[in-house]
Ligand binder design. Structure first.
Ligand code: GDP
Ligand code: IMO
Ligand code: MG
Length: 429
């Protein structure tokens, strides 16, 4: 398999950015295919930290990076991120960045609506990142979106803006908000257009060309399968499909191109935002893991909720996403615990479940069934070979592998790019 698709197999923040950056040196192109700047991917290379939200993580190693049509693109966020990276010495130009010209745009009115809805929702709020992701995807599906290619035809945009604003003005009125300032919107689009158009092209065609020349392509997912709009903990999800199958539709090639599906899995579980979380810990162990793992959101700075490893969920997400092998990250965060727990099933109304039921209230009510294992007091931090791992850490990894019915291909032992143990090279598979 020449290509690799990286997806998050939990609720996001599994360490996708680190693994994509590490794999990027073996790839010829890295492609984002869904989500937007709700993603927050942290890379650490020789002590320097890079935080990416919209740009593919391949950009830091200089690999050709593409933003596929499945992404919702905030052009101002793109410019800010490019400028920030350039300030860190990373070159971003039309040689190494391509943006699909059929990407729908996230506009200021989307961010407004995201915020208005969340503030009005009270206890029912989703806890979005406030980036306008949901409203932008709604407008895409509602056939009202302004897309990257429209920026090259601003003089023809009035009918589209009328249609879009008619929809948003009605929604805004419900929140006692002024109608959209159409002249301001047009002025904003005219101002940003030249920046985005520098990178705009049919990404499907570029992909076809590089693949014909033998390129290895790395597809970079954002969020995680439990945030997938179909398969996740609905309605506490994001507004895109985060499963591996989206790599094809969201970049413009066939499903046979996705190759090795690498599920990124944290050695415990975290979640940011509202929604069910069966193994959540609200004791000092949870606090310790949160502190050791620096579990604060890259995008919003919110504290991530923390819990034990949930093998039921990961078995389910690996099946749904056709995961070939996993990268297990942050094993070092568990160092020093006397015992570690793994959730192997759920109890609900005297029944035992080996999967997460779909109904939201049932998801919130399931009680985890745990298996306990001895922890390890030696350090795994920075280990670069399997032989360097303590025996109990190896047992823990093997048990996870058994329970999720999916092999471990990589283990990550620190935020640094090279603190990564390779057991099975996804590009060689
Ligand atoms: P992503 O959204 O999946 O890319 O993950 P994030 O970047 O939001 O969160 C993962 C965090 O864990 C980042 O701060 C990474 O630098 C860090 N990280 C990644 N892998 C490891 C690891 O193996 N050990 C430790 N301690 N931190 C890691
Ligand atoms: P990465 O790529 C973790 C969560 C939000 C919220 C829900 C909906 O870094 O793993 P949205 O703004 O998308 O409408 O919010 O999804 N969420 C993430 N959680 N990691 C992410 O991305 C996320 N992107 C969105 O917290 O619960
Ligand atoms: Mg993240």
């Amino acid at each position: 398999m020449a290509n690799v698709t990286v997806i998050g197999a939990q609720w996001g923040d599994e360490g996708k950015g680190k693994i994509v950056d590490w794999l990027a040196s073996r790839a010829d192109a890295v492609v984002r295919f869904q989500g937007g700047h709700n993603a927050g991917h942290t890379l650490v290379v020789d002590g320097t930290t890079y935080k990416l939200s919209l740009l593919p993580s391949g950009i830091v190693s200089g690999t050709l990076s593409m933003i596929g049509n499945g992404v919702v693109l905030d052009p101002w966020a793109l410019r800010d991120e490019v400028e920030k990276l350039e300030g860190q010495g990373v070159a971003v130009n039309d040689d190494n960045l391509a943006v699909a010209d059929n990407c729908p745009l996230i506009l200021p009115l989307h961010r407004d609506l995201d915020g208005l809805r969340e503030s009005a929702a009270g206890a029912g709020k989703i806890g979005t990142t406030g980036r306008g992701i949901g409203p932008a995807y709604e407008d895409k599906v509602g056939r009202r979106a302004i897309r990257v290619c429209d920026l090259a035809h601003l003089d023809q945009l009035d009918p589209q803006i009328d249609r879009l604003c008619a929809h948003h003005d009605a929604l805004r009125a419900g929140f006692d908000q002024e109608p959209v300032d159409r002249e301001q919107l047009k002025a904003d689009l005219a101002e940003i257009a030249p920046f985005v158009l520098r990178f705009a092209q049919p990404v499907w065609k570029r992909l076809k060309k590089v693949r014909k020349a033998g390129a290895k392509v790395l597809f970079e997912g954002a969020q995680g399968v439990l945030l997938d709009v179909d398969h996740g903990t609905y309605p506490f999800v994001t507004s895109s499909n985060t499963v591996s199958g989206t790599a094809a539709a969201g970049s413009g090639l066939g499903p046979n191109a996705t190759g090795f599906v690498l599920g990124i899995v944290k050695a415990y579980t975290t979640r940011v935002g509202s929604g069910p979380f069966p193994t959540e810990l609200d004791d000092e162990v949870g606090q310790r893991l949160g502190e050791r793992g620096h579990e604060f959101g890259t995008v919003t700075g919110r504290q991530r909720r923390v819990g034990w490893f949930d093998a039921v969920l990961v078995r389910q997400t690996c099946a749904i996403s056709g995961v070939t092998g996993i990268a297990l990250t942050k094993i070092d965060v568990l160092d020093g615990l006397d015992t570690v727990r793994i959730c192997t099933g759920y109890r609900l109304n005297n029944n035992v479940y080996d999967y997460l039921p779909s109904h939201t209230a049932s998801q919130a009510a399931v009680e985890p069934i745990y298996e306990e294992m001895d922890g390890w007091h030696e350090s795994t931090a920075g280990a670069r070979s399997f032989a360097d791992l303590p025996a109990n850490a190896v047992k823990y990894i093997q048990r996870i592998q058994e329970l999720i019915e999916t092999p471990v291909a990589l283990v990550s032992t620190s935020p640094e790019r090279d603190d990564t143990i390779l057991m099975r090279d996804p590009f060689e598979d």
